[in-house]
Design a protein around this ligand. Structure first.
Ligand SMILES: NC(=O)c1ccc[n+]([C@@H]2O[C@H](COP(=O)([O-])OP(=O)(O)OC[C@H]3O[C@@H](n4cnc5c(N)ncnc54)[C@H](O)[C@@H]3O)[C@@H](O)[C@H]2O)c1
Length: 296
């Protein structure tokens, strides 16, 4: 049995050329979507990933599209969404995984504001651009409904018995942002990254509230340390982090796989999450339970 919920429709994923975004996009293909848009600033890698997804997509009519987007540029985000709607008709699931790491580890008093602006522009403003433009496109899409099948053993479709589940709205679409344990915690020398990821949690709550009545759900997945090229580059700079992970991550003392993060993202997009909006779902092996997170 698959670790992914069954899905349909069309997914738009930013940061889909690498790491978490790439695995999320692959999982949408594997989970049954008929179309996935692989959007990234690295167009060559997005194109290669989109091509690879054709080999394991579950829907026989599956189509993947690679798009170059710079999420810091509002017009570039608008072009990405326009292309998606033109090619596929509507956006069912939108995942904002484009982001950059804490590139310089300096204490607050030594903040380099070129770096600060770059992190905030990408992680916070880039996510805001995508939420706003995608939400606007979703507003013009008709809402979908879902009628659950009768419970096993209960076969009379005209029955109003308690074990007959009522139809429910799936709304106009789901938006999932990628936060971090830094959305709720911090550690030394991470002013910009902490501000950007706390901000992503704030964006999620504000957008979820604004558009709940419109049938658009907005949630955030907050991964802990996850095995991606981004995190491998952090490990290269701070090799001691490997043993810190073994000591401090409550669940098995290890990093998350990108697949474990993707499975949470897909659940939030699925029918099973039809009443979940504005939620922050930690996928962090319990790191967020203890103050300070992973120490190096
Ligand atoms: N890896 C971790 O441990 C971890 C933990 C918590 C949260 N996150 C978050 O998950 C997200 C994905 O990180 P990852 O580890 O998969 O990193 P990654 O470097 O493997 O992938 C990030 C992708 O975003 C793309 N990107 C960067 N700037 C962009 C821009 N301006 N426009 C469009 N695309 C852009 C990159 O080209 C890359 O393909 C980030 O938001 C990161 O902060 C990662």
């Amino acid at each position: 049995m698959s670790d992914l919920p069954a899905l349909s429709g069309v997914a738009l994923v930013t940061g889909a050329a690498s790491g978490i975004g790439k695995e999320v996009a692959f999982s949408f293909a594997e989970g049954g979507c008929r179309g996935v848009v692989f959007a990234d600033i690295n167009h060559d890698a997005a194109t290669a990933a989109a091509k690879e997804s054709q080999s394991f997509a579950a829907d026989a009519a599956y189509r993947a599209l690679a798009v170059r987007v710079d999420v810091t540029d509002l017009q570039s985000v608008q072009d990405m969404v326009d292309l998606t709607v033109r090619e596929f008709g509507r956006v069912y699931h939108s995942v904002n995984a484009a982001g950059i790491a804490n590139l310089t580890a300096t204490p607050t008093a030594s903040t380099d504001f070129t770096h600060f602006n770059h992190v905030l522009d990408t992680n916070l403003k880039g996510t805001a651009h995508c939420i706003a433009i995608v939400a606007k496109a979703m507003l013009s899409q008709p809402p979908l409904t879902y009628t659950p099948p009768h419970r096993r053993g209960h076969t009379d479709p005209s029955s109003t018995a308690l074990n007959t589940l009522p139809p429910r709205t799936l709304g106009r679409g789901a938006i999932i942002n990628i936060g971090s344990i830094y959305s709720t915690l911090t550690r030394p020398s991470s002013l910009a990254y902490t501000a950007s990821k706390h901000g992503v949690l704030g964006l999620t709550k504000a957008a979820a509230l604004d558009h709940a009545r419109d049938g658009i759900r907005v949630n955030v997945v907050c991964p802990g340390v996850t095995d991606t090229p981004m995190f491998r580059s952090v490990l290269d700079r701070y090799p001691a982090m490997q043993s810190a992970i073994a000591r401090n991550v409550p669940w098995e003392g290890r990093m998350a796989s990108t697949r474990e993060v993707a499975a949470a993202v897909l659940w939030l997009c699925s029918r099973g999450a039809s009443y979940v909006t504005g939620a922050c779902l930690g996928v962090d092996g319990g790191v967020g339970l203890s103050h300070g997170g992973v120490k190096i």
